[in-house]
Design a protein around this ligand. Structure first.
Ligand SMILES: Cc1cc2nc3c(=O)[nH]c(=O)nc-3n(C[C@H](O)[C@H](O)[C@H](O)COP(=O)(O)OP(=O)(O)OC[C@H]3O[C@@H](n4cnc5c(N)ncnc54)[C@H](O)[C@@H]3O)c2cc1C
Length: 304
């Protein structure tokens, strides 16, 4: 903690599947000078349900979240999302906090040897805007000229499930963990995620997560959707829908939520909700196809 709060450029290390990779690739202009290893601290990996809340420790592995029966039974969107992250090897190492706090994804921003001094790094150009924005770029605009996307699958499910994040200083709704501008999250220097909390969904509600990627076996989402709604049958009274891989943060699809309220979920209403989720999309030069994919992920998740 002293290191993290001090003058040294220190970073929190969980499993390192993102952080060490970025450092080895030399993708960013500045490297941390010290790493504080959370995985050597015992007691930070757990999954428990207490008083109507699912509590997940920060170093809990993605594989454990994917396979935990409390989560598969009661928090389906989260287990579906965790089981879709990257590959078995990465899920066996990667942690929930690391997954949520990974940096945004863009093949120019994350290029090795810090090759592109893009807008996010303080440069003047968004290379994706003029160049190849096929897969891993926003279809909902680029605040301050950055069109990268948030890559975390579990974040999308957790937004749909109305989760909160407990840090060393505060508890915030998960949506407030993310921000468009660098570094992509709202943690302050030395602030560490201590726990992820998910309210137990109302009985009779339903949740799901769907994702489309170029390589199903190991790849970031081109588009994904996490949904929660209640009741599972009959007219929907409450619903949350989140999109992934299409914006700088997980994106709440409020238009789709409004559209769905009062309707029973069926092929027609799920189609309509998908269309409403992307109605305000403003795709880039060659990624308009992602609009249909995101709409389809919403439809499939609602019907899953
Ligand atoms: C080839 C490849 C494919 C991938 N595909 C996907 C994918 O399809 N979907 C997906 O969601 N992800 C994907 N990922 C990302 C992967 O899931 C992340 O690398 C992993 O989840 C990060 O977890 P970690 O424990 O290794 O975090 P680390 O690499 O250790 O840390 C990641 C970031 O989180 C910060 N951090 C970690 N824990 C805390 C904490 N408790 N408090 C504050 N900050 C913290 C670190 O400082 C760092 O900035 C992929 C990664 C690779 C390499």
């Amino acid at each position: 903690m002293t290191l993290l709060k001090g003058n040294v450029d220190a970073a929190v290390l969980a499993a390192g599947t993102e952080l060490l990779h970025t450092m080895k690739q030399n993708s960013l202009p500045k490297q941390p000078l010290a790493l504080v290893n959370l995985k050597s601290i015992s007691g930070l990996s757990y999954i428990k349900e207490e008083g109507g809340t699912l509590k997940i420790g920060p170093t809990t592995k993605l594989v454990d979240i994917a396979n935990n029966t409390t989560i598969t039974d009661g928090y389906r969107a989260l287990s579906m999302a965790a089981s879709h992250v990257a590959s078995p090897l990465i899920r066996n190492m990667g942690t929930i906090a690391g997954n949520l706090l990974q940096d945004v994804w863009c093949w120019y921003y994350k290029a090795s040897d810090n090759n592109f001094n893009c807008i996010r790094k303080g440069g003047a150009i968004c290379y994706a805007q003029a160049g190849d924005n096929r897969y891993y770029h926003s279809i909902f605009g680029g605040p301050r000229g950055c069109y990268a996307v948030h890559p975390s699958d579990t974040a999308v499910a957790l937004v749909a499930l109305n989760a909160s994040v407990v840090t060393t200083t505060r508890t915030i709704p998960i949506q407030q963990l993310f921000q468009e501008l660098a570094p992509g999250h709202t943690l302050t220097s030395g602030e560490i995620v201590k726990e992820v909390q998910v309210p137990t969904p109302a009985s009779g509600s339903k949740s799901a997560f769907m994702k489309v990627a170029m390589r199903d076996s190991i790849d970031f989402a081109i588009a994904s959707a996490g949904v929660w709604y209640t009741p599972a049958t009959g007219a929907v009274s409450d619903v949350r829908i989140a999109l992934g891989g299409v914006y700088l943060t997980p994106r709440r699809a409020t238009g789709a939520e409004t559209y769905l309220k009062g309707k029973a979920v069926d092929a027609t209403s799920a189609d309509g909700a998908g269309a409403a989720a992307v109605a305000d999309a403003t795709p880039m030069s060659v990624n308009a196809f992602k609009k249909q994919l995101a709409a389809t992920m919403v439809k499939r998740a609602l019907l899953a």
